[in-house]
Structure formats: C-alpha cells, structure tokens
Design a protein around this ligand. Structure first.
Ligand code: MN
Ligand code: MN
Length: 244
C-alpha cells in the first residue's frame, strides 16, 4: 500500500530562482545518480531479499529516496517557475519543455532503467548500493559548487548528508552478514587463482595490502594459453604474402 503526505520531508525554499541551476538539478531527478534511480533500485531489490530485516532496511531507504525525489523536484520547480522573467538562452531545455521537473538529466537525456543496478543476491545488491550512494553524494557536491542560494544550499546539504547515512547503513548491513571485508559470496567455489595478483601495468610499481601477502604477487606474469588458431572465414580475401 502506498499513501502520500503533501508536507515535504525536509523544507525546500529557493530564494533566487536560477533556471540554469534548475537544469543542473535535473541530474538528481532524471539522471544516472539521481533519486529516481536510487528509489527504484532499492525498492526493486527489496522484492528478492529473503531476510526480513534487510528487506525492511531497503524499503525504508527506498521510501526516503522517494522523499528526496520530491524535494529535488520541488527545487527544480522553484528554480524554473519564473522562467519568463529570465534569459531563456540560459535554460533552453525548460524553454522547450516548460517548467520542470522532467525525467531527463542535466543534458536532456531521458531517464533509463539501465541506470538501475540490481540482481538476485543481497550482497551483490548492497555493494551496488554503496557505489550508488557514492555517485549521488558526488553529484550533490558538484551541484553545491554551482549555487549561492541559501535555501538551495540548505536542502542540497541535507540530501548529501543522507547519502552518507545510507552508505553507512549499507556498510553496516554487509558487516552484519560478514561480507564487508569478505569478497566471496554466492555458491560457486573460486579456482586456485583467488589469492593471486598480477603486475600487468609495468613500471613505477605500487605496492599495498591489495597485492602484498597473503596475496601471491606475480611480478612478471606469463600467458597460460597458446596463440589462438587463425579463424576459418570463407568470405575473407585469400592472401598469400611472399614471405609465407
Ligand atoms: Mn537520496
Ligand atoms: Mn541514498
């Protein structure tokens, strides 16, 4: 069951409308790192998670992301509402489509479900979510660099803060199931290269815990396979060079 309350989750009060900034904000409405992506990603993941507590966490965060989507939408509406009083060349997207928001990103590309990262395993999903939260946080920081409006800064700082909280929740969830520092999950037993690391970018070698013991560091990796046979292609040119 869904219901909607008309009060905003957190206040949105734009002081000086800026349609160009409104266009930037679309990145968090209909963009890859945006709130629609996050809300739908966590919501759909919750359908295939067996554990009730983890499913509840995903649904709580999904619903908070819908609140964020509403806040970003209101920010865009307020930034574009007085479009007729501004230089239209600053925001051609709203000149064509009218007052926002719209489900496109800051460059006008339509939102797509390919932005959503989910699959049938909770560890896979929680790890994808940490990356998603990182992307959202980074976009909010980029947006904060582009505005001096006090009300906008307040709302965006709250939204950025919440993505840090969500990251923390996803990390705690992985830790609780022993998968924050254990890369292995699923049912397929890895082969005997699982602790082997290869030095494939040679020159100015960097060493650290990712390629030191207990990893087996192969300084000068050699191919295990042979040169593959030439393809048989009846449509190709039949070339015989003098040297052959
Ligand atoms: Mn959010
Ligand atoms: Mn989030």
């Amino acid at each position: 069951m869904f219901y909607h309350r008309k009060e905003l989750f957190y206040p949105v009060n734009v002081g000086t409308p800026d349609p160009q900034f409104g266009q930037f904000l679309l990145e968090q409405f209909g963009g890859a790192t945006g709130e629609l992506t996050a809300a739908l990603q966590y919501w759909v993941q919750s359908f295939h998670v067996e554990n009730p507590a983890l499913r509840d966490m995903l649904q709580d965060i999904a619903l908070e992301e819908f609140n964020h989507l509403e806040m970003v939408g209101k920010l865009i509406t307020q930034h574009t509402a007085k479009l007729d009083q501004t230089k239209v060349y600053e925001a051609p997207l709203f000149k064509m489509k009218g007052i926002g928001p719209h489900f496109v990103d800051s460059q006008g590309s339509a939102w797509t479900a390919t932005y959503i990262n989910e699959g049938g395993n909770v560890v896979r999903d929680l790890r994808a979510n940490i990356a998603a939260e990182g992307g959202a946080r980074q976009t909010y920081e980029a947006l904060l660099k582009c505005t001096k409006d006090k009300g906008t800064i307040d709302a965006l700082t709250h939204l950025l803060t919440r993505e840090i909280t969500h990251t923390n929740m996803f990390m705690k969830a992985l830790d609780a199931i022993g998968k924050l520092d254990d890369p292995m999950f699923g049912n397929v037993k890895p082969d005997d290269t699982v602790d082997v690391v290869f030095n494939l970018s040679q020159g100015e070698e960097g060493r650290g815990p990712w390629n030191e013991a207990p990893f087996d560091y192969i300084e000068n990796p050699q191919p295990k396979g042979k040169i593959p046979a030439s393809p048989a292609n009846p449509d190709d040119e039949k070339i015989h060079l003098a040297a052959e």
